[in-house]
Ligand binder design. Structure first.
Ligand code: C5P
Length: 401
C-alpha cells in the first residue's frame, strides 16, 4: 500500500505561475490514496480559480481567515489539526519570507503557526530571486525549524530564463511526500516489469499482436516507483508516457522482450509480467510484402519462449508475479496457471467484461498465491496497481524472499 494511503495532506497554494501544476498535484496525491484539502492565498487565486481546486479535490477550497462561513465549516485551527502534513506548493519567495518571520496575516501563514503536523515547501520562483541571500537565509531559518524543502528543480522557467527555481513535478512531489511517512515499502529493491503487447512481424508491413494498452503495467511501474523501488519497465509497442523516475526499455517482439528481461532478471528482486506476449511468431518472416495470390493462405507459426516461466525457473530468481486473463472459471484456471509456471503470485482478470481489462482505465483483479487470495477493485488501474504492490511487498516479506 502507498505510504500516502489515507494520509491527510493540506496543500497550501501560493501565488506563482507554477500554481497551475498544483491542480495536477492534487489529483496525483489522491491517486496515491491521500485525502487532500486546499488552502489558497489571495495571490494564488489570481493564477488559478479556486473552483479548479474544488473540482479536483472534491472539497471546498479555503481562502480567507476571516470568512465566517468557511470558519463555520472548518476553521483554521480545525484545518491545522486535521492535517497529517502541510505541503506548500508552489511556495513563492514571499511565502517563504512570511513563514520565516512567523507572520500570521492570512489563512495559510496562520495554519503554519497553528499546526503540529510536519511542513514541507516546494519553492518556485525566478532563478535570481531563488539565489538572493534574503531567500536563502529565510530558507535556512525554516529548515532549522524542521521545515522540509523539496526542490526546486532547474531548467526552463516561465519568465523565459533557465536556471534553478522550477517547482518539482507533481509526481516527484508525490514521491517525496510519501517519503515523509516512513520507510517506503520497496526501498532498495529492483523491480522488473513487462507491459504492453508484443508485435511479431509477418512481412515488412504486417504483424501479429495482442490487444493490450499497457495501462496496467505502466500503472504498476509508477506504483512500484512510488513505493521506493528502482524500476525497469520493458515495454512492447505502446504510446503511454514513461512514469517519472522509471527506466524504460522499448522492445517490439517477444524475442526482444525475453532478451531484455533475461539480461536484468537475476539482478531484480521482483518480476511482474503484465505484458500480453504473443504466444507464437512466424516461422520465417517474409523479406518483402506478401502478395495476394490464392484464396487461402497458410502461415507457419512457432511457439515463443514463455518469458515469465523462464524467470520463475531461475535458481534464486526474483519474486515472480504473472497475469492471467480468463473468460471462465477464473479462480481455478489462474491457480492452475500459477502452479504450472511456478509463480509466487498471479493476478487474474476477466476479459470481455465492460469496464475492466484491455484498454480500460478501470480494472478488477483476483490475486492468488499458495494458500491465499485477495480481490482488488473494481477501481482505477492506478489504485489497483498500488494495492497490488502492497500485496506483493507483504507476500514477499512473508515468504522471506
Ligand atoms: O500462459 P498465459 O499467456 O496465459 O500467461 C500469461 C502470463 O504469462 C502473463 O503474465 C504474461 O505476461 C506471461 N507470458 C510471458 N511470456 C509468454 C506468454 C505469457 O511472459 N510467452
Amino acid at each position: 500500500m502507498s505510504q500516502l494511503q489515507g494520509r491527510r495532506i493540506l496543500l497550501g497554494v501560493t501565488g506563482g505561475i507554477a500554481a497551475y501544476k498544483s491542480a495536477d498535484l492534487v489529483r496525483r496525491l489522491k491517486e496515491a490514496g491521500a485525502e487532500v484539502r486546499v488552502v489558497m492565498t489571495r495571490g494564488a487565486t489570481e493564477f488559478v480559480r479556486p473552483l479548479t481546486f474544488q473540482a479536483v479535490s472534491g472539497e471546498p477550497v479555503h481562502e480567507s481567515l476571516l470568512d465566517p462561513q468557511a470558519e463555520a465549516a472548518m476553521g483554521h485551527i480545525e484545518l491545522a489539526r486535521w492535517a497529517d502534513a502541510l505541503l506548500i506548493a508552489p511556495a513563492t519567495a514571499d511565502a517563504l519570507a512570511r513563514m520565516a518571520h512567523g507572520l500570521a496575516d492570512d489563512l495559510l501563514t496562520t495554519i503554519c503557526l497553528a499546526t503540529e503536523a510536519p511542513i514541507a515547501v516546494a519553492p518556485a520562483m525566478n532563478r535570481v530571486m531563488w539565489a538572493h541571500p534574503a531567500t536563502q537565509d529565510n530558507l535556512a531559518l525554516l529548515q532549522r525549524r524542521g521545515v522540509r524543502v523539496f526542490g526546486p528543480g532547474s531548467g526552463d522557467q516561465a519568465c523565459g530564463e533557465v536556471g534553478s527555481g522550477r517547482m518539482l513535478e507533481p509526481l516527484e512531489l508525490v514521491q517525496v511526500m510519501a517519503g515523509m511517512f516512513g520507510q517506503p515499502l520497496l526501498q532498495g529493491l529492483h523491480v522488473l516489469i513487462t507491459a504492453g503487447p508484443t508485435r511479431e512481424p509477418i512481412d515488412p508491413v504486417r504483424y501479429i499482436t495482442n490487444r493490450s494498452s499497457g495501462k496496467m503495467g505502466f500503472a504498476i511501474a509508477e506504483a512500484a516507483r512510488q513505493a521506493g523501488a528502482q524500476v525497469t519497465l520493458v515495454a512492447g509497442p505502446c504510446t503511454l508516457p514513461t512514469p517519472a523516475g522509471v527506466e524504460r526499455v522499448d522492445v517490439e517482439t517477444a524475442g526482444q522482450m525475453r532478451d531484455a528481461v533475461a539480461e536484468r532478471a537475476t539482478d531484480s528482486q521482483i518480476f511482474i509480467a503484465s505484458a500480453a506476449v504473443a504466444d507464437y511468431r512466424l516461422d520465417t518472416v517474409a523479406e518483402s510484402k506478401i502478395k495476394k495470390t490464392g484464396e487461402n493462405m497458410q502461415l507457419t507459426l512457432v511457439r515463443n519462449p514463455d518469458i515469465l516461466a523462464e524467470v520463475a525457473a531461475l535458481d534464486g530468481g526474483p519474486f515472480t508475479v504473472g497475469f492471467a486473463a480468463e473468460t471462465d472459471d477464473m479462480h481455478a484456471h489462474a491457480q492452475d496457471k500459477r502452479r504450472r509456471k511456478g509463480l509466487d503470485m498471479i493476478a487474474a482478470n476477466w476479459v470481455g467484461r465492460p469496464g475492466s481489462g484491455f484498454d480500460a482505465d478501470n480494472n478488477a483483479l483476483e490475486v492468488l498465491w499458495e494458500g491465499g487470495s485477495a480481490s482488488l477493485g473494481p477501481g482505477p488501474k492506478t489504485r489497483i496497481a498500488q494495492e497490488l504492490i502492497g500485496l506483493i511487498a507483504e507476500r514477499r516479506q512473508q515468504q522471506g524472499n
